[in-house]
Design a binder for this molecule. Sequence first.
Ligand code: HEM
Length: 117
Amino acid sequence: SSLYQELGEKEGIDDLMAAFVLEIAKDERVIEHFENADIDRFHRMISLHVCELVGGPCTYDGANMIEVHTGMGITRTEFNAIVENLISAMEQQEVPVSAQNQLLDILADFHGEIVGR
Ligand code: HEM
């Protein structure tokens, strides 16, 4: 089955990203970046983006990754913290480890668009 199916399709991805947002919200290492963010929009957009990236029938129509993160000065350490938040969320949602690794691989590619801008 596809990664999209292993993540529980759109509903599973929405739930996973809700758990991810809750992990971010309790993480002192990154929360300052989100103080002025529209969390509902962030949840909606990251769900849409992940859905598209894993081969689901979604079209991400949010902001360009470089543009939205420019000016945030996100460090490698903060990026890694966000990855840890995602792993915690995937563990809570009982995402199979092979699917976890595939999603982490896809998101790791965004490193260059997000860190140090
Ligand atoms: C693989 C890593 C990441 C991905 C795929 C990602 C993706 C996204 C997406 C899809 C949005 C919504 C864009 C929109 O509203 O149109 C967004 C917004 C945002 N991201 Fe990221 N992001 C990543 C890493 C990070 C990291 C490491 C941080 C900070 C530690 C961060 C901070 C933010 C903030 C604060 C916003 C909200 C901006 C606003 O509402 O004004 N992101 N990101």
